[in-house]
Write a protein that binds this ligand. Sequence first.
Ligand SMILES: C[S@@+](CC[C@H](N)C(=O)[O-])C[C@H]1O[C@@H](n2cnc3c(N)ncnc32)[C@H](O)[C@@H]1O
Length: 340
Amino acid sequence: MPVFDASVHNPRRVKAARTAQDDFARAVRAGLSRSPRELPSTYLYDAVGSALFEVITLLPEYGLSRADERLLRLWAQAMVQQLPRSLLVAELGSGSGRKTRWLLEALAARERLSYFPIDVSATALLKCRQELSELGAVSLVGLEASYLDGLQEVAARRRPGQSLLVLFLGSTIGNFSTPQAEHFLREIRRRQEPGDMLLIGTDLEKDVQTMLLAYADPTGVTAAFNLNLLARINRELGGDFKLSGFEHVVRYDAVGRRIEMHLRSRHRQTVSIPAANLVCQFREGETIWTETCHKFRIGELAGMAERTGYVPLARWVDQEWPFAESLWVAAPNADPNADP
Ligand SMILES: C[S@@+](CC[C@H](N)C(=O)[O-])C[C@H]1O[C@@H](n2cnc3c(N)ncnc32)[C@H](O)[C@@H]1O
């Protein structure tokens, strides 16, 4: 598994990059051959996508990141008081780690600690190292890996007496469908020991216009973030998508309580993607579903914890932009292998 200090000439790194490219080609082939068409949101985050996501977090319309950061800044001390000593901290999909600084600073005032940001994006991990490098009492090891592979690696490094705190911030859990999210939480729990902790951020349901605008900003940054997925297919898989032939579309599904991002074909067109061995005919108006952002209700969080092997311990809710930070403890009597 690549750690981002590895040399770019490292043959293991080259092999890992080749495997990642093959996985990308397979995912594109599978997703675009399906009806309706879809692409996994994970692939939104190449170097360009990660940079655009950082800009999104600064947009006035995207209140989610500021709410998450406000809670971490205001309540870091209270959070630390609930946490055991001798901690390993793993953050799933860390991005730049900018918000995590508040919690790491509060923890580092108490003891030295190891922090493992886990992200598929090498660019995000580099940014994370720049952002957090001067936190002296924190030893930072970035893992360029998928969430669960990275977490497995961190769990394997724990020494007797250490506890594992997993951070899953930014409401990234909302990118999963409800059944997938619970399955994923059980998989996290399976990699933890009883008494370990999970701090999870969830964006809460709010008025529809506010939610839509957060993903359809008038500056067009989120549109560029979405369209970059087609540009990435062109760059990495030799595709010939004409970006002007597609538009960014955002919908709210009130029943599923989720924002959906799509790319809609403006007219009939044919696209070929040689590395995925694929030629696609798009009808006018046909869409590719690229991201889901589930919006949670405060009342459903405790049940989610209990069904996935955790006990809810504490919760902090932002008053300005409804968003919840929940601290759960891994239950002693959980059966994390059971998936209903
Ligand atoms: C919505 S962003 C959130 C970033 C940061 N946690 C925040 O709250 O601002 C999701 C992050 O997860 C990373 N990511 C997406 N899919 C992933 C996967 N399957 N495994 C690991 N990281 C992933 C992306 O590169 C991105 O940095």
